[in-house]
Write a protein that binds this ligand. Structure first.
Ligand SMILES: [Zn+2]
Length: 103
């Protein structure tokens, strides 16, 4: 997806995030990274391990761009709406983020 380039200064990473823990429980997964605005919330992984995983970083960077594009509240509303309509996996923001992993 085209968009503003991001670098590590544009983001914050929060380890042991309770929000990411809730997401992990809801998704039934072990390790979770979840973006809110410019912050990547991590559960059950470290900042170092996350940053080493290039495709994972690209995926979450895509969500940061989506937040920028749609605005904080706008993105959350659209994201939840997509998830209700299509489910997590087919949510267009997740489809786009998975494509970004390959770039
Ligand atoms: Zn995602």
């Amino acid at each position: 997806m085209p968009g503003p380039k991001l670098n590590k200064h544009d983001l914050k990473i929060k380890e042991n995030s309770w929000l990411a823990k809730i997401a992990a429980l809801k998704l039934g997964t072990n390790s979770v990274a979840m973006v809110l605005g410019k912050t990547i919330h991590l559960h059950n992984t470290t900042k170092a391990a996350f940053l080493k995983d290039e495709s994972w970083v690209k995926h979450e960077f895509c969500h940061i761009r989506q937040f920028k594009q749609h605005g904080y509240v706008g993105f959350i509303v659209k994201y939840l709406w997509e998830s209700i309509q299509k489910g997590y996996y087919n949510n267009r923001f997740e489809v786009e983020a998975r494509k970004a992993e390959e770039l």
